[in-house]
Design a protein around this ligand. Structure first.
Ligand SMILES: CC(C)(COP(=O)(O)OP(=O)(O)OC[C@H]1O[C@@H](n2cnc3c(N)ncnc32)[C@H](O)[C@@H]1OP(=O)(O)O)[C@@H](O)C(=O)NCCC(=O)NCCS
Length: 178
């Protein structure tokens, strides 16, 4: 069962995300970050236990980002990741947001879900807000991927400021969390 996340889910969401973060596959999330972003999250529950989570964050009028996609290691390969990304697609569609993006190491998985690799520089600067918390920020090796929802009309709204040439991420001093 896929449903919007509630505060009760947050410790379990953190456990799943951080189990993959320990393997370098995604960024660690604090409880504070998860509560702040909770409205963006959906979870998949099986037999009363949360086994996967995902957030979709609005970046601009024409762009949303799939974030914090994580499936419990014991439940990988059962279609849960697909279900969560398809929920992001439906959310983007509901909001009339035409493009969905992901920064990922899971290129094959996202290709199966209709995403294409794009140059990182093609994404707006606002996308890189999380990079200040990433130890790899000076040498980002994630792959930028986008799925265009062709059935969502193009909006005539101001474009997001582009990433300036040569600058991919904000440069701030990284402080290790306790
Ligand atoms: C990536 C992840 C979310 C995939 O979840 P999942 O539930 O195992 O994926 P699904 O079972 O829904 O797979 C959907 C399709 O993608 C394929 N797929 C999944 N992971 C894949 C991989 N690493 N390489 C190639 N194909 C993959 C599946 O075979 C399936 O194909 P099919 O529909 O033709 O059978 C999961 O492996 C995970 O949590 N990884 C660790 C955290 C992470 O990397 N998150 C992504 C951050 S952007």
């Amino acid at each position: 069962m896929l449903r919007p996340a509630t505060v009760y889910d947050v410790p379990r969401i953190q456990e799943i995300i951080n189990s993959h973060a320990e393997l370098g596959k995604m960024l660690f999330k604090s409880l504070a970050q998860l509560f702040e972003d909770l409205r963006d999250f959906a979870v998949v529950e099986q037999d009363g236990r949360v086994v996967g989570c995902c957030a979709v964050t609005i970046i601009w009028a024409d762009l949303a980002e799939v974030r914090s996609l994580a499936v419990d290691g014991r439940f990988i390969g059962r279609g849960i990741g697909r279900q969560l990304v398809e929920w992001c697609v439906e959310e983007a569609r509901r909001l009339h947001i035409r493009k969905l993006m992901s920064l990922t190491y899971e290129q094959r998985f996202f290709e199966k879900l209709g995403f294409d690799v794009v140059p990182k520089e093609s994404l707006p600067l606002k996308v890189w807000s999380d990079c200040v918390r990433c130890p790899k920020r000076e040498g980002c090796d994630e792959i930028a991927m986008v799925r265009v929802l062709e059935d969502v009309p193009i909006v005539e709204l101001p474009a997001a400021p582009p990433t300036p040439r040569g600058v991919s991420i904000p440069v701030l001093e990284y402080v290790e969390e306790d």
